[in-house]
Design a protein around this ligand. Sequence first.
Ligand SMILES: [Mg+2]
Ligand SMILES: [Zn+2]
Length: 237
Amino acid sequence: MASLAVFDFDRTVVDGDSDATIINRLREKQPPPEWEASNYDWTPYMSDVFEHAYSAGLSQADILDSIASMRPTPGLEELIKTLAAAGWDVLILTDANTVFVNHWLKVHGLLEHVTSVVTNRAFWQNGRLFIEPHMHQTACPRCPSNLCKSLALAQWCAQRPPYSNVFYAGDGRNDFCPATSLPPHATVFPRRGYPLDDLIKKTLASPNPQIKAKVVPWDDCYRILQETFPGKTNSIV
Ligand SMILES: [Mg+2]
Ligand SMILES: [Zn+2]
C-alpha cells in the first residue's frame, strides 16, 4: 500500500518565509510607500509586491537568488530523501507559488525526490513575476478563496491510489483545515510553538476536538524521521 507525506513549504520545508524574504529584499530597494497598502487577499497582494519588485529593479536573478539562499529546516533534506527512497509519495502543498518552490527544491537537489507541488501558479513575463490563485473556492469558510488545503489535498488524492500511511507536516493557520481532515491512522506534525501547534492544542482541549489524527509536535525534521522510521535513525538523532 502506498504512503503519502504532505509538507507545507514556508517555515516547514524552509526555515523562513519565502514571501517575507522577497518583501524584505524589496524594502532594501526603497519602493514607493503605497505598495504596502493593505490588501486582504494574499495572492493579489503578492502580485502587487512582484509588480513593485519589478519597478524597483529587483531582477529575476535577485529574486531567485534570495529564494535559493533560504535554509532548509534541520534534517529536512535527509527526511525527504529517506521518504522518497522508501517509496513514499512526497507532496508539497503551500500557499507560496510554483516559481519559488520549484526553484528552491531544484537548487537544493530535492526536486527529483518530490512527487508533486500543489500551490499557486507563478510565471515570468518580461522579467516580471506573475501569480495566479490555485483555486477559487467558496466551499470552505475558514480558508482563503485561492487555497483551501483540505480541498486541494482531497483533489490531489482523488487521482492517486489509496494511502495506508499519511502524514502532514506544517506550521501555519492554513494547515489547520487539512489537519482536521486527516483520518485517525494519519499523523499530523505541527511545528512546535507555531500557530498550527496552538490551534491543535486548543481543539484537543475542547469538548469536541476537530483532530482525529495522531499529533506529534516537532522542532526539527529528525523528530519526523524518528517517528516515521522508528529504529532507523539512531545514527542521525
Ligand atoms: Mg508555513
Ligand atoms: Zn479549508
